[in-house]
Each structure stands twice: as C-alpha cells, then as structure tokens.
Write a protein that binds this ligand. Structure first.
Ligand code: CA
Length: 363
C-alpha cells in the first residue's frame, strides 16, 4: 500500500524525477560489488585493545560501506601463525589484510624498524605527525611496495615500559648474558650490552618467562602486562620504555586487493584506520595508570627506573646501532636520514611547546 503510494508520488514528480532516479539507479550498479576479505593479526585471540581495535575497525568499515566490504578478523594462529602474517598478506591468495608491528619484519627488511619505534626517538604524537603531516607514510609505502603491501598506521601504545626483569639492573654488567624478549632496534641495542635478544609473539611470552626460557621481557605497559600475568614470572618492572617511546602498529593490505577496491572503499579504509589509530592510543592513555596501581598494591610488583648510567649507555649504543645499520643498507640510511630530520624539527618545536608547558604546569 505504502509502496504504491510512493511510486505514484514519484510518477507525479514528472521528468525531473525520472532523471534523478535514472542517475541513482546507474550509480549503485557499479558500486554494488561486494568484497569479502580476511584479516590476520599477530595478537593473541580476544586480546584487548589490539585485537579489539582491529575488530572495531572491521565493524566500522562494514557499517560505513553498507556491508560492501566485509572483513573477517582472525587472531594470531587462528588462520596464519602470528609471525607469518606479513608473507600471507604479501601473497594475498588467502588473506588480504594484516595487523601487527613493522619491526617484527626487520629480519628481512631492516628499515621497517622506523615504522614502529626508534629507541629514544619520537613519541606517539611525533610519529603521527611524521605519517600524516610529514613524509613518513610515503616512505613506508615505498618500502613495502616491493613486497606488494600497502601499510597504514593503525594503533599506538604511547610510551611503553622498559620491561620485566627477574633481577635488579644496577649497572650495564647486570645485563650480560640475559636472554630477553625484545624486538627491533631495541633488541640490537640490548645485544650490544651483552643481552641475547629473542623475538616471541605476545601469546608465547608468559610461558617462556615463567619457564626460564627467557630471563626478561618487554611487552607493552601496565594494562597489557597485567593481563598477560607477567608479574607472576618476574618482580622487577622497569621504566622508561626508552626502546619504544611511541610504537606504531600497522595495518597492511595486499597491493592488488587494495587496487581492486573502488575509491570510496579505499577512503573508508584510510579513515577507519586513522580512527582506530587514535582509539587504540586513547585506550592506553586512559587505562594504564589503574593497571599500574593494581600491579603495585595487589601484586607487590617493584617499579624501578633504569639508572641514569644504564640509560646513557643505551643512548650511546643506539647511536652506534643506527650508524652500523645505515652503513649496511642504503634504504635504511635513506629512511634514517628522513626520520632524523623530521625528529629534529619535531624536538625543536616540542622544546617550545610541550616542554615549556610541562614546566609551567609544575610551577
Ligand atoms: Ca613492546
């Protein structure tokens, strides 16, 4: 009944209405193609914030696209082992999207480290400025192009914690011979201090630390480390996360799959990823302190700061690592130089803005 009235009303509108309805009916015919994609992550199943943020992203994309782009999300190991997601998305025959951290792939692409974190480098705000306001995203896309991947920043933890240790670290000598889970450039710096760095996905860290396969680990910060139960395997929790001052997480998309999407779905992904990037960072900023208090009061974790001399040593070793890596790899050198020039300007601005403000607040 209602439908008949509606048609009558349309007919009554005459020629003008016919043109409008013609334009409407031809547009959806092109746009109606549906895409059913798979996204694999490096995170444990149901992992809060990271996996949760990815699921939220997939839901957003589905809603905004009116169901035209449907992304099925799989945690690490559900479809692809966590550390094989890069290759899986690069091949693109089974999965089209991945979520993880670029520094997991430094074994094959050393320069990927810049797109997660540089020890003593930029924080989350600086990293986002580099991607969205500087040349960071362009350089990242160039680096991944030969692997048939298109990367997007999607998530950031803010400044991390320095990690869990079973014994106190009073001097650099205390690090010698320790086996520690620490990926990326931070791991290379630790290696110079005599540590044996290992790479493990999040889901394997607790067991390795509890069984003594590793002596120390870094993971994220109080909120996540509490959930992983790391306080049950080590009692000393160090700050700051000098090695990861604002690590970016990545969304990767197979290049061919990306190019097969109509422009409006590409824009949908770009914007949903950006929203997710901020959402994840905001969760950490809002939730870390409560978790830290719980670790302190309920589980009697000892919070310690790395001694200044140890940090000075990490500083020195970081410079050496970056110099050595740049000498080995022209791409690393190129991105290092671009990163450094952006960082210097960012630091100079922060000295006037953030640092002056922080000082003023304490007066
Ligand atoms: Ca970490």
């Amino acid at each position: 009944m209602q439908r008949r009235r509606f048609i009558k009303k349309l007919a009554g509108l005459g020629a003008g209405a016919a043109v409008t309805s013609g334009a409407l009916s031809s547009a959806p015919a092109v746009a109606a193609e549906r895409f059913n994609w798979k996204l694999v992550t490096t995170w444990p199943p149901n992992f809060p914030i990271f996996q949760e943020g990815v699921q939220r992203f997939a839901k957003d994309v589905k809603t905004i696209s009116g169901g035209r782009l449907n992304i099925q999300v799989f945690a690490g190991g559900e479809l692809v082992p966590p550390m094989q997601t890069f290759e899986a998305v690069s091949r693109g025959n089974v999965v089209q999207m991945g979520h993880g951290a670029a520094y997991y792939w430094t074994g094959k692409i050393p320069a990927a480290a810049f797109f997660t974190a540089v020890p003593f480098g930029m924080n989350a705000q600086g990293m986002n400025a580099w991607y969205y306001g500087g040349d960071g995203l362009k350089l990242w896309r160039e680096l991944y192009a030969e692997h048939d991947l298109v990367p997007f920043p999607m998530g950031n933890t803010g400044v991390q914690m320095g990690g869990w240790f079973r014994k106190k670290i009073n001097t650099i000598a205390d690090l010698k011979g320790l086996k520690m889970r620490i990926p990326g450039l931070g791991g290379k710096v630790m290696a110079k201090a005599g540590v044996n760095p290992v790479q493990l996905p999040g889901g394997e860290i607790y067991t390795a630390l509890e069984r003594g396969t590793i002596d120390a680990t870094e993971w994220v910060g109080p909120y996540h480390d509490l959930r992983l139960g790391l306080y049950r395997a080590a009692k000393y929790y160090y700050s700051p996360g000098w090695h990861e001052p604002g690590p970016t997480l990545e969304l990767t998309i197979n290049k061919k799959a990306w190019e097969s999407l109509p422009k409006d779905l590409q824009v949908t992904i770009e914007n949903a990823a950006m929203a997710s990037n901020i959402w994840m960072l905001s969760q950490f900023e809002a939730k870390n302190l409560q978790a830290l208090r719980e670790l302190k009061t309920k589980y009697k974790v000892q919070f310690l700061e790395f001694p200044a001399d140890v940090l000075r040593h990490f500083h020195k070793m970081t410079k050496e690592v970056l110099k050595e890596e740049a000498a080995k790899d022209a791409t690393f050198k190129k991105i290092y130089s671009a990163y450094e020039s952006f960082r210097k300007n960012n630091d100079a601005w922060n000295e006037i803005s953030e640092a002056t403000y922080a000082k003023a607040r304490k007066l």
